[in-house]
Ligand binder design. Sequence first.
Ligand SMILES: CC1=C(/C=C/C(C)=C/C=C/C(C)=C/C=O)C(C)(C)CCC1
Ligand SMILES: [Fe+2]
Length: 513
Amino acid sequence: MIRTALSGEIPNWLQGILLRNGPGMHTVGETRYNHWFDGLALIHSFTFKNGEVYYRSKYLRSDTYNSNIEANRIVVSEFGTMAYPDPCKNIFAKAFCYLSHIIPEFTDNCLINIMKTGDEFYATSETNFIRKINPQTLETLEKVDYTKYVAVNLATAHPHYDSAGNVLNVGTSIAGKGKTKYVVFKIPSSVPEGEKKKSCLKHLEVMCSVPSRSLLHPSYYHSFGVTENYIVFIEQPFKLDIPKLATAYFRGVNWASCLSFHKDNKTWFHFIDKKTKKDISTTFYTDAMVLFHHVNAYEEDGQIIFDVICYADSSLYEMFYLKYLNAEFEENTKHFSLPACKRFVVPLQWGKDAEIGSNLVRLPSTTATALKENDGSIYCQPETIYEGIELPRINYDYNGKKYRYIFAAGVQWSPVPTQIVKVDVLTKKSLTWREEHCWPAEPTFVPYPHAKEEDDGIILSSIVTSDPRKAPFLLILDAKTFTEVARATVDVELHLDLHGMFVPEKDLKSQED
Ligand SMILES: CC1=C(/C=C/C(C)=C/C=C/C(C)=C/C=O)C(C)(C)CCC1
Ligand SMILES: [Fe+2]
C-alpha cells in the first residue's frame, strides 16, 4: 500500500475504501489480447483514513490468470480473443471441445465491477463466475459459480441494491428446458442467525423471469433499471447468437463475433411488477438502438421514466479493439457512434377511449412521447437529455426515485473520457471538470454524512494521465459546485478502469473480525 501526496484537504468524515476494477494486463508471454475488455482484471483501492489516502492494486488471481501465467501465454478465451487450452491444440481436440461445451465454459476473469452481498465483496463480469475478494488486502478468494444457485449462463456486472442492501440482478438462462429467459434474482444481505459458513449466495432467490422473444437469439444487456414498484428490463436488438456461440471454438472465432446488431428489429421494454412478479402485458417498444448503461428510473403520475445511455449501433464494442487504440485512436474511432443520454417516458394506464396515434405522455417537463398504435401497442420515442457522456453514476440514495443529477465521464470523439460531467436532467445544464492530459475514470458520488440535497457530497475519480511527466491522481470534487476539494497523487502508473464502489468504513468492520 502506498501513501499518496496530498494537495487540498481530505474531508475528515471521508473514511473507507474506493474499490475499482478494470482490465490491467493485455499481454501474457508472447501473446496479446485483441480487445480492451479482455485484459486480466486489476483491482485497485484508495483507502481514506484520518485525512490520508493510500493506494493499492493487485491482479485478480482468477483461474484464468493462474492458467495464463503458468502457460506463459493466453489459454483462456475472453470477449474478443479466442484461445485454446493445451488439450485442444489440434483440430480433433477442437471438435471435442465444441461437442462437450454447448454453452462453452466461460472465463472467471472478472474485470468489470465490484459487487457487495452482505459483508462479502466480489469482482464481477458477465459470465456465470464471480470471484470473492478481500476489500482490504485485495486478495482473491473463492470462485463462485452462479449456476450452483440459479440457472443462468450470464449475469450482469451491474446489480442493484435496495435500502436494506439486498442485491437484485438479472441473468440469462440459455435454452434450459427448451426455453431461453431473463431471470431476475435476489441475493439477501443477511443469512439466517446461527448459520456457520455465512454465504448470502446460498440464499439466492429467483424473483421472476421474462421469456426471451427468441430461443436461440436472446438479447445482450449490460445493466437494467429499478423503480419503486418495477424492474425495467430492455430487450434490445443487439443479440447473442447461441448456435454461433456453441460453435465458436470449433470455428476459431471470438465471443464478440457471436453478438450482432439487428438494425431492422425493435427494442422492447419490459416492466416487471415487483409485487405480482409479472411483466406488464402491454407491448412497449422503440426503434432499434444499443445501450449498455441505465442511469436511473422512477415513477411519476402513473408513468415510468427511465434514462439510458444509447448508441445508434453496436460500434462501441468495435471501438475497443486494441488495434484501434494506438497513437491514432482519435482518427480511428471518429466514425463510431456517440453515446447520448436519452429519457423514455412510458404511461402505465390510459383510458379505453385514448385515440390511436395520440401521445399518452402526461409529463409537462419532457418531449418524450408514447403513441398508442392500432394493435394496442405503445411506440415510445425518447427525449435527448445530453450527448457525449458514458459511465453514468448518481447519488444512489436516489436510485429508483425522482432525481436530478447525473455524474458521468465526458467522451467526445474518442473512447477515452476527457472530462467529468454533472448533468442536471431538468434544466440540461452541466458542469464540467477537465485538465490537460487527464483521462478521468467513472465518477463515484459519496454523500455528506448529513446530506440534505441530492448533490450534497463529493465526487471521487481516479485520473490517468496521457503525459508521462504528469503523475496520476485521485481527484475529489465538490459535487455541487464541481470545484476541486483535494487530489491525492500516486507515484505509480494507474490504469484506466471500468467500475467500482465506495465502501464506507462502517461497512468494512466485520472484515476485521
Ligand atoms: C467473456 C464473455 C462475455 C463478456 C463480455 C464482456 C467482458 C463485456 C464487457 C462489457 C463492457 C465493459 C461494457 C461497457 O460498457 C459475453 C459476451 C457476455 C458472453 C460470452 C463470454
Ligand atoms: Fe458497465
